[in-house]
Each structure stands twice: as C-alpha cells, then as structure tokens.
Design a protein around this ligand. Structure first.
Ligand code: PHE
Length: 346
C-alpha cells in the first residue's frame, strides 16, 4: 500500500467522521444525548477525533503535512459545532422568556361603559333630540332645594328623618351652615329649582344623577339610585305636551309598540300630578316608571316666575327601572356589584 493511498484513505475517513460528528451534534435532542455524543467524538482517550489523530503516525512527512492541516480544521469545526448545539439546548431548557411566534396571540379585551352609564347617555341623546339641554345639581343638597322651594311644607311626612339622609354637619353647596339643613338629595327635582333660579323661561332641561333614600336593599330597592328629571316651562305648555314628550321618549327608547298610561297621583310640586306607567312587548303588566305633572304655581312663584305668564311640566323617572326593563335584568343589586361577568354582557 503506497503512502498516497493511505493519505487518501485517511482523508476520506476524516471527512466521514466530520460529517457524522456534525450530524450527531446538530441532531441531539437533549443535553444528555449531546453529552453522550461528545464523549463518542471528542472524548480525550477513546474519542473518534482522538483516533483520527492517531492516523498521523502512519503517514510520511509530506502526507503528514496535508493530513495534519485537514485534521486540525475538522477538529476545530466539530468543537465549534458542539458548542453551538450545547448553547441551543441550554436556551431551550432555561430561557422561559423565549418567544414562540407560532403561538396564537392573547386578544386584549376592550373595556366599555357600565349599563347604567349607557342608559344615561342614551337618555341624554334622546332628550337632546327633543330639544332638552342637560342640567346638573349637587348630590349634597340643602333642604331649601330638596323641600321648601318644591312646595313641601316643614311638617310634610316626606321630610321624615327615617326617609332621608340628613347630614349632621352643615355647610352645603349653598352655604347652609345649620346642622340638619344639609342632606343627600332624595330626588333630582332639586335641579328644577336650581335651573329656574338661574335662568328666565323658556326652560327645557333634563337632569340625570344619583338620589339617596334609606330604603332596605332588595331586588328592586337600593339606598342610592338614579333619576332622570325633565322640566319644560314656557308659555302655553300643557299636560298634552307632557304626554307627547313621554310617549315619544318611551317609543324611541323601548320600541314603537310601547304604550304609556297616566294614573292620578300627588306630588307637592306638581298639580295635577300623575304616575307614569309603561307597557310594551304586548305585555300584560303595567310598570311604573316615575312621577310627573304640571309644575305647581307655588314652585314657579318660589323661583320668581309668573304663573300667569308661563306654565310647565316636570317628570322624574327611575333610570335603573328603565335599564332593567330594557335589558331584562331582574335584580337591581347586579347593577352595583360590578361583577365583570355580568357587566360584559352589555
Ligand atoms: N321627584 C319625584 C320622585 O322622586 C318624581 C317627580 C318629578 C314627580 C317631577 C313629578 C314631577 O318621586
């Protein structure tokens, strides 16, 4: 066997060993498998690289030079391939922040408005189209706006401390400093007085907000709820206008098939006074939505309007009621618990 044959054999074996080692390192699925292959190829005593190095001894000087160079290159490449494979497996086992771009994304859930806020916004929108502006008043009120100016005399049972949240310390928004003169408003009718005191007729406003009454909480009662108050004062405003506006509102908000009904009632600040009932979806039960009536001349006088010149109507509807009827909610408490599983449905 000539020296040349031995060299070409040795080079061919070296080439094969290099290919096998490369495939073994790159194909190792676990650090354990890679370590076994490292011993097989790069092991100090019995490794295949070590054996390839041994081949040098049998070669003549010229062949040694050629083979030696190839051997060094092959060894360096295998060592590098091993390090790369090792780093790849380490990353897979320890780097939990590695991003797998093939996983489906987690959609971001958009927040939205609370059903009561939605109802309030819809009311503002609807009445806005009927020409009603939005008015506001404070939730901490004085008894003048909550009672006196609304023609509720000092001895009236509506003032009973058991039916109202009076505040022990005075200092309300109008400066009423006397204890017992301040309270959490029990009705949004207070805003009627604030609006009429601030401006001359004609008036066409709604006021939406919280009111407070010490009711025992159950499926239809809460110590705090929301009202939408409406007030229209002008020359020649009649009960027919009140009925038209409320019917138009009911049909716009609840559907064309809605019917409304007025039942005679009493409020100190309206005369005549009515309770407003609504019936819809061909329902058999009339549902009370709130109170209404023609603004009492005493109220007009209290704010400096002339009852001989102008007349007006007012109404106060419960927003929770409207919201619950529209969405089929059967317990008012659901509206205040803020359970996202409930809120998500609207
Ligand atoms: N304020 C009355 C209530 O809370 C409702 C109402 C408003 C009645 C306006 C007549 C006119 O019960």
């Amino acid at each position: 066997m000539s020296a040349t044959d031995t060299l070409s054999d040795a080079l061919a074996d070296l080439e094969a060993m290099l290919a096998a080692g490369r495939a073994a390192f790159e194909g190792s699925p676990t650090p354990e498998a890679l370590e076994a292959r490292r011993v097989e190829f790069l092991g100090q005593k019995h490794g295949r690289v070590r054996a390839a190095q041994e081949r040098l001894k049998a070669l003549d000087a010229a062949a040694k030079r050629v083979y030696g160079q190839q051997f060094n290159a092959a060894k360096a490449e295998l060592e590098a391939t091993f390090e790369t494979a090792k780093a790849r497996l380490q990353r897979r086992t320890t780097d939990t922040t590695a991003l797998d771009v093939t996983l489906p994304g987690i959609p971001t859930r958009l927040g939205h408005r609370h059903p009561l806020t939605q109802t309030a916004d819809e009311l503002i929108d609807l009445f806005g189209r009927f020409g009603f502006a939005v008015a506001r008043g404070p939730e901490v009120e004085d008894t003048y706006h909550n009672f006196d100016a609304l023609n509720i005399p000092p001895t009236h049972p509506a003032r009973d401390p058991l039916d109202n949240f009076y505040l022990a310390v005075g200092g309300g928004p109008t400066g009423a400093a006397q204890a017992g003169h301040c309270m959490l408003r029990s009705q949004t009718s207070t805003v009627q007085i604030r609006v009429m005191t601030a401006q001359a007729p004609p008036v066409r406003v709604i006021a939406i907000g919280r009111v407070y009454r010490p009711d025992t909480v159950d499926a239809t009662h809460s110590f705090m709820f929301h009202q939408v108050e409406g007030l229209m004062v002008d020359r020649g405003v009649t009960m027919a206008d009140l009925k038209s506006v409320l019917r138009l509102f009911a049909q716009s908000y609840l559907g064309q098939d809605v019917r409304i009904r007025f039942r005679p009632s009493f409020f100190p600040f309206t005369e005549p006074s009515v309770e407003v009932d609504m019936l819809w979806h061909g329902g058999v039960r009339w549902v009370e939505m709130g109170g209404a009536g023609m603004v009492d001349p005493n109220v007009l006088r209290a704010v400096g309007y002339d009852p001989e010149e102008v007349t007006g109507f007012a109404f106060g509807l419960g927003i929770e009621r409207l919201c619950m009827r529209r969405h089929g909610i059967d317990d008012i408490r659901l509206l205040y618990q803020n359970d996202v599983r409930f809120l998500r449905q609207f």
